[in-house]
Write a protein that binds this ligand. Structure first.
Ligand SMILES: [Zn+2]
Ligand SMILES: [Zn+2]
Length: 314
């Protein structure tokens, strides 16, 4: 027999049961999140971490930042359907950031894309997009005629970025580009994403640039590239063009200690380290990546790993 107290317990129990799935769904799918898709700097493909690529999802809108080799596969691994991607941002035209740009779009089309994807990048992305269709003309035209697919050339809308400023504004997100030097490349943009749950800044590849700290000031998350000099020295000792390679790496990237200076000056809540150079040295530990950062920055540090997710607000 069910008395009043038991009836109350049952009622509460079923209410809790009803509430549980919603709570779980919320926990599983935050409104705003970053997924580090590929964390290894450089174009060489290996069996460890994938080449540079990141994902920001705001209100179910996936935005891809950089398209290193493997980005499509990493999206699938992250559980993000490729045709759901709405925007692609390329930071600069080093191949570890754009090699899979066209193919990511192609893979979205191959998986049933029907809505446009807008892409943004430094001067050259419009031309690269046109050239991609020349390269793949035969396949694309065959499939349109033979399989009744929509013409993909109308679904990829590329835009060259030529100056600093807002490049995209939607109800969910405002994206601002900021030029930062990555010698010898000057057409190279850091991006700021202002979302309802906080501000995320991606440094792009960059040399030590205190102006980047101004751009990132007060951000919730700064995702910054980093260079671990002792491991670079070990690497170049084994390389024929070692001296030239070392000079290139030091001139065009930011050492872990300098990343700490930027994060401290910018006073960001969370510093996420990614685009590791070298990115595949098994002897470099998380402690190595953070040790010199901590000389200057005392906030929360995340050493990004492929497919790691960072939820906002932080
Ligand atoms: Zn790179
Ligand atoms: Zn680069």
């Amino acid at each position: 027999m069910i008395d009043r107290r038991n009836a109350m317990k049952l009622a509460l129990g079923s209410a809790a049961m009803l509430a549980a799935p919603a709570v779980r769904a919320q926990g599983a799918k935050p409104r705003t999140r970053i997924v580090f898709l590929g964390t290894k700097g450089g174009p060489r493909v290996g069996i460890g971490a994938s080449n540079p690529a990141n994902l920001v999802v705001v209100n179910d809108t996936p935005i891809v930042i950089d398209c290193g080799m493997g980005v499509s596969r990493q999206l699938v691994s992250a559980g993000v359907p490729i045709p759901s991607v709405k925007y692609i941002f390329i930071s600069h035209h080093h191949s570890d950031h754009n090699l899979e740009y066209g193919n990511l779009f192609y893979n979205a089309w191959a998986a049933g894309l029907t809505t446009p994807i807008h892409s943004f990048g430094p001067k050259g992305i419009e031309e690269m997009t046109r050239d991609y269709w020349e390269l793949n003309k035969f396949d694309v035209e065959t499939r349109i005629a033979d399989e009744g697919r929509p013409d993909p050339r109308k679904l990829l809308i590329a835009k060259d970025i030529t100056e600093d400023g807002v490049v995209l504004k939607t109800p969910d997100v405002t994206v601002t580009a900021f030029r930062t030097p990555h010698p010898p490349i000057t057409d190279n943009f850091a991006y700021k994403f202002e979302t309802p749950d906080g501000v995320i800044v991606f440094s792009s590849d960059t040399n030590y640039n205190p102006k980047l700290a101004d751009f990132a000031r007060g951000a919730d998350v700064l995702v910054h590239e980093c260079l671990y000099i002792p491991a670079v020295d070990r690497l170049v000792a084994k390389t024929k063009n070692g001296a030239t390679l070392r000079k290139h790496l030091l001139d065009s990237h930011t050492s872990t200690e300098d990343v700490g200076r930027i994060a401290a000056a910018a006073n960001v809540k969370v510093l996420a380290l990614s685009h590791f150079v070298p990115g595949d040295d098994p002897d470099v530990t998380d402690d190595d990546w953070t040790r010199d950062v901590k000389k200057h920055y005392s906030g929360r540090i995340v050493v990004a790993k492929d497919l790691m997710e960072l939820k906002l607000p932080v």
